[in-house]
Write a protein of this length. Sequence first.
Length: 318
Amino acid sequence: MSDIDNQKTKYSVSVVVPFHNAEQTILQTLGTVYEALYKSNCIDEYEVIAVDDASTDSSHRLVSEQFPSVQVFSVNKRIYYLEAANKGMFKSRYDYVLLLTQGLFLPAGYFDDMMPHVARENVYMCSARLMGSGGQLSRRMLPVFGSGRIGMEPDVRDEGGASIMLQRGNLLMNREVMLSLGGYDTMFSAHKSADLELALRGWSYGYKSIFVDSVSCQIVEPSASSQDWDKSNEKGQEEWNEILTHFYYQHGLALVKYRLRMNFFFVLSMVIPLAAFQRTRWALFKYIGNYNSILNERMWKYGHPKFSLQEIADYYFK
């Protein structure tokens, strides 16, 4: 799209920023958001929504005082990133939603550069590069499906384009598609591995996720992600997300094989009480305790995909 076309096409956007104890970074994050909105030639309507996830510092007060136009919603008990993100996204009212993490700083030209990508047909969401103090933190991710595995690997060519997952930080979404897919699935842990499922659900219904390599956002590490999920059992939460992803997206013989392997490791973890198996035991006990809910979720949200994982890989990534 040319610069002239970009100036003529106007968009409306809701910016959503979940935060917890972010007094060190939240004002700078919001400052870059408003600068990008003010300098944009393509945004004609916008709103900024902040979701305070039970902060105990002064971040809520600072936001309200320094940015009175921000809509701040609070919860009294920690709900972590997925639920906080959903709360903000579901309250949004404009055509596109930009979901940020605390400590993410937008470049001034973010919206003019990114909106033409997310406005393309059948695009669900886009993300720019994440740059930390030590260098690049995100890449385009390619699918690795097969032998009962649902995985991904970074694109060694370091190019933009279709990506099987977009890392949280800056997720620019088509709001209508996001609502139709239901946002984040809060059955998952808020661990960053949940980002794979968010993109997979879009891909399975024919909506693309695009990594834009020409735009970069600065992110403060580790503060940007340190509050996203409960760190007390990080490995167990990651394994829980892996179990759910495989159960939701595998079918037939592949699912049977995965469940047999899962049962084997569960028995092994009970027979050999090594600390290395602690996360496996935790995740599988949680799976057993929530089996009926998981089964209902699979039938309701994941039961009628347009494309299988292999079809996605063959059609979009080869």
